[in-house]
Write a protein that binds this ligand. Structure first.
Ligand code: IDP
Length: 140
């Protein structure tokens, strides 16, 4: 196993309900360290660039609107197998399918407004981290 870094986003549905601390506690309890974090408000265009891989999906416009609808907390999590571990802590995309105790089972409102984003592979993690953070902002 190797130490990895992954990009996490606490989405607008969760910041609106003041859940940042509860979600961060889940990451820390799982052994993930928050080595960078900032609260920002994306424009729809910035959300669109971030989610460009989904541009052909029917929910793309709705997703970009949602991600620009309020503040988000972007963060870099570090730890052993951080990418897979974070996705385990997040739970399935649709909260109806998410395992008990996961962030999405506890907090997500719907398949779209599902409280958190997490990178899905080392290559995407590197690109996504670089989208929001400079190397100087990553304090491991
Ligand atoms: P993931 O976030 O679990 O990796 P993806 O399939 O990569 O899931 O989808 C990215 C995001 O797009 C989801 O987290 C969710 O916010 C949104 N999304 C996915 N499927 C739907 C859908 O069927 N309707 C609306 N939004 C969706």
């Amino acid at each position: 196993m190797a130490t990895e870094r992954t990009l996490s986003i606490i989405k607008p549905d969760a910041t609106k309900r003041n859940l940042t601390g509860k979600i961060n506690a889940k990451f820390e309890e799982a052994g993930l360290r928050i080595i960078a974090q900032k609260r920002i408000h994306l424009t729809k265009a910035q959300a669109g660039t971030f989610y460009a891989v989904h541009a052909e999906r029917p929910f793309y416009d709705e997703l970009c609107e949602f991600m620009a609808s309020g503040p988000v907390v972007v963060q870099v999590l570090e730890g052993e197998s951080a990418i897979a571990k974070n996705r385990e802590v997040m739970g399935a995309t649709n909260p109806a399918d998410a395992a008990q105790g996961t962030i999405r089972a506890e907090f997500a409102e719907s398949v779209g407004e599902n409280s958190v984003h997490g990178s899905d592979a080392p290559e995407t993690a590197a690109v996504e981290i670089a989208y929001f953070f400079s190397g100087l902002e990553l304090v491991g």
